[in-house]
Every structure is written in C-alpha cells, then in structure tokens.
Design a protein around this ligand. Structure first.
Ligand code: NAD
Length: 438
C-alpha cells in the first residue's frame, strides 16, 4: 500500500519504518527541515533500539522516503497517518494546533480519496472535528480513522511489530478494513484488531494510559505509607501482584513516572471530563500523586543533610525518564535536579544515552560525564533516577571508594537494603526503611 506518515518523532518514524519494512511504500513527512535532512542521510535524531538499522535498510531499498513536502507525499499516498505531537496546554488539555494544521493542509492538497489515520493521541471527538474542518476545505471524499498507538519508547519496534491489539476506530467499514489489512502482517500471532467507532478508539488510549499511571501512583502511595508504618513495599508489591486479578506489572514504586505520555494523557483525560461537565476525581489524583512523588527523593536528600545542601555535590545516575531511551520529557530527574540546584547543590550527571537531551534541558547548570564512575569522584552521594541495566550490578567497592561518604539515594529500588548496609552504605530507597552504614 502507499502510505504517508506526517510527523517523524518517536511514533511516526517507527510506524513509517515498520510499514516500509513490511513491504509498503512509505513517505514520512516532517516540517523540521533539519530532522528530514538528518534522516535522509541515515542519521536518526532520537535513540530507539534497532530503529537506525531499520530506517537505513528501508531508505536503501527505496521503500521509505523522507520529505518536508506534504503535498508531494499526499499525491502518492492513499493512506495518511498523522503522528504529530499533541503536547499539554497550561490547563492540561491537549494542544491540537499541529493536528488541525496538518489535517487542513491535507484537505487543501487532496487530489482524490484518502484515508486519514489519527495516530496522535487526541481527545475524544477530535476525529469528528477533523472531519468537519476538512469537509469545508475539500470536495474530495475521505475517511477519518482513529488508530491510537500503544508502543513503548525503548521497545518501540517490538511493540509495533508485535502489538497486543490494534485499535481501529472508523465510521466506514471499508476504511476500517483497509487499515486492518495494513496491520495484517503484525497480527499473525493472533493479536486482535478491534474495530469500533472513532470516539471509543480515542477514549481507549486515554483509558489505557490512565489505568497504567493509576497503578504506579497507587503503588507509590502504598510505598509512602509503608515507609511511615515500617512495612517493606518490596514484600507488599509481590503479595499484591501475585493475585491474578491484579497481576505483577506496573506495580513498581519509584520517584514518579515521566515521559511524553502518562503525565500528558492523564491530564488530558481529566480535562476531557471537565469539558463535559464531569470532575474525574481519580484522574486528577493520579497526576497530583505523581507530582508529589517526583519530589520524594529530593526530600529524602534534604532531610538526610539537615537542609544544608549548599556546596554539596551529587552524582546522578540516569536522566532519561526510563531506560532504553534518550527522552527526558517530564522526567523525574528534572524535578530532582532543579530541587537540588535550588538548595545550592552541584550536580554531576551520567546517562548512557540522554546526555545531549539533558544539555538542552539543563544547559551548563549541571556538569556531564561519559563515565558512570567519573561523576562519583569527590561527590557527597550517589542519586539513582533511571534503572538502566548497567546500574543493576555496579562495583560497590569502587562507588564507596570514590564518594566522599558511601551514601546512595535510590529512586528506583535497584538494590537490597540489607546487602547495602553489609557493604557499608547508607542507603535510601522508596517504600523501604533506610539503612545506615555501621
Ligand atoms: P514527537 O514530538 O517525538 O514527534 C512529533 C513530530 O511531529 C516531530 O518530529 C515534529 O517535528 C513533527 N511535526 C510537528 N508539527 C508538524 C507539522 N505541522 N507537519 C509535519 N510535522 C510536524 O512526538 P511523539 O512522541 O512521536 O508523539 C506523537 C503522538 O503520538 C503524540 O500525540 C503522542 O501522545 C502519541 N504517542 C506517543 C507515544 C510515545 O511513546 N512517544 C506512544 C503512543 C502515542
């Protein structure tokens, strides 16, 4: 099939490359000329495992092309995916300016029937609004299909190629069938393609992210209560997760969730409800709990040092909002770093891939190193914020030798408190009693 994908970010580029790799003719469009230039020479502006290889391969075979020219892309495509960003506005609602601008440009440039597929996460009712706006601008027939994306950054290719389900929201059975056919190579192992109306499809995305975020926020609250009552959240998490009605995933407490999706989508869910005269109390609380959780580690650090952080230096392991990505949107590291800087501390940070992103966020307010151990030298303590694999089994003797004092603040519960005490560390984590070096 001939497919255009507008927006070549984490979602659009992955979708474009995967559709191309499965035999379609794909043209990716972005209005960021520098990004398009980089892509045409095989340079990928984001870190996503396996993506570089797939983009290079599909560009080479000619199955994938990249352009800034939407009109050109449209002329040679029957299906047009929209995967531009839908960032939050100040009131939490989704900013649809990019989505509407692209939809209207498509309407003006159309030369025949097109299926417009909304892959961006958009509020319920957006497909209807797009339909109405486009109708005013074109005489050509078109369909608007809602096809929310569920991939996870860091495992995006695998998720796209082996989805657990594909949601197709459409008013036309024929359009739904065409999109289902496009996805057929990815659902051979039995995953379901769920065809429904546009509004239910749009709502499914917010419900899924809201549910996942709720699990995390709930466990973070359980962890905070555990700390106060002397329980260990590690045991509680396992006890809860082995109940088959609950299941073990997304129950890990930590320094809060981040990323481009959970915070934004939970806020948008609450905003959608408000716009329809309903106060979604739970959705509002999920975000409020997470905002507070992002400060928990800085609070522990301030308390440990009796609020005297001026002149202290902290070594930070992990800047990305989660492992396997360079994405720092809404990352807990941003809150922790800003809190520590505000208190007069200095930060030396290490992240395996997010250094360039971090420079855009913090500039020269913190220093960076390409070595996990270099940042420790002469620092007062280690602060762990992203659970990269390489932090799982570090050389603890080396850490202790390099730090001024063997103190670790762990926002991702990577180590076992009793073992840390035995190794001579003062160790703070989430939802478990701190242990102090003897
Ligand atoms: P992104 O910011 O990484 O990419 C968006 C891209 O769109 C950018 O390259 C930008 O230059 C381009 N763009 C913006 N306006 C444009 C325009 N008018 N014309 C052409 N290109 C334009 O965003 P993303 O993370 O890929 O997210 C895209 C959408 O998918 C969002 O709605 C998001 O909520 C949703 N989503 C994201 C993820 C994820 O993990 N990142 C997962 C599921 C769904």
């Amino acid at each position: 099939m001939k497919v255009a994908v507008v927006g070549t970010g984490y979602v659009g580029l992955v979708a474009g490359a995967c559709f191309a790799d499965s035999g379609n003719d794909v043209i990716c469009v972005d209005n960021d000329a520098a990004k398009v230039r980089a892509l045409t020479t095989g340079r990928i502006p984001i870190y996503e495992p396996g993506l570089m290889e797939m983009v290079t391969r599909t560009l080479h075979t000619g199955r994938l092309a990249v352009t800034t020219d939407l009109r050109k892309a449209l002329r040679r495509s029957e299906i047009v995916f929209l995967a531009v960003g839908t960032p939050p506005k100040a009131d939490g609602s989704a900013d649809l300016a990019g989505v509407f601008a692209v939809a209207e440009s498509i309407a003006r440039a159309m030369d025949g029937h097109k299926i417009i597929v909304m892959k961006s996460t958009v509020p319920v009712g957006t497909a209807d609004i797009i339909r109405a706006r486009m109708k005013k601008l074109t005489k050509h027939p078109f369909d608007v299909v809602s096809n929310p994306e569920f991939l996870k950054e860091g495992a995006a290719l695998d998720d796209f190629l082996k989805p657990e389900r594909v949601i197709v929201g459409a008013a036309s059975a024929k359009a739904a069938e065409t999109i289902a056919e496009l996805y057929a190579p990815f659902v051979r192992t039995g995953a379901s393609i769920l065809v429904m109306d546009n509004r239910s499809a749009e709502m499914s995305k917010y419900a899924a992210n809201g549910m996942l975020a709720a699990r995390i926020s709930f466990m973070n609250e359980v962890a905070n209560i555990c700390e106060r009552v002397g329980a260990n959240v590690h045991h509680v998490r396992r006890a809860v997760g082995l109940d088959s009605r609950i299941g073990p995933r997304f129950l890990f407490p930590g320094a809060g969730y981040g990323g481009s999706c959970f915070p934004k989508d939970v806020q948008a869910l609450a905003a959608i409800a408000r716009a329809h005269g309903y106060v979604a109390r739970l959705a509002e609380s999920i975000e409020a709990v997470n905002d507070r959780q992002k400060r928990v580690l800085a609070d522990k650090i301030r308390t440990h040092y009796g609020n005297a952080l001026k002149g202290r230096t902290f070594a930070l392991w992990g800047l990305a909002f989660k492992p396997q990505t360079d994405d720092m949107r809404e990352a807990p590291s941003i809150v922790t770093v800003n809190e520590l800087l505000k208190a007069g501390a200095r930060i030396r940070a290490y992240d395996p891939v997010a250094r360039a992103t971090a420079r855009k966020v913090f500039g020269t307010k913190i220093s960076y190193s390409s070595s996990a151990y270099n940042v420790l030298k002469g620092s007062d303590a280690l602060v762990l914020l992203t659970e990269w694999n390489e932090f799982r089994n570090p050389d603890f003797d080396r850490i202790a030798a390099l730090l001024k004092r063997p103190v670790i603040f762990d926002g991702r519960n990577q180590y076992v408190p009793d073992e840390m005490r035995a190794r001579g560390f003062t160790y703070y984590s989430i939802g478990r009693r701190p242990v102090h070096a003897v």
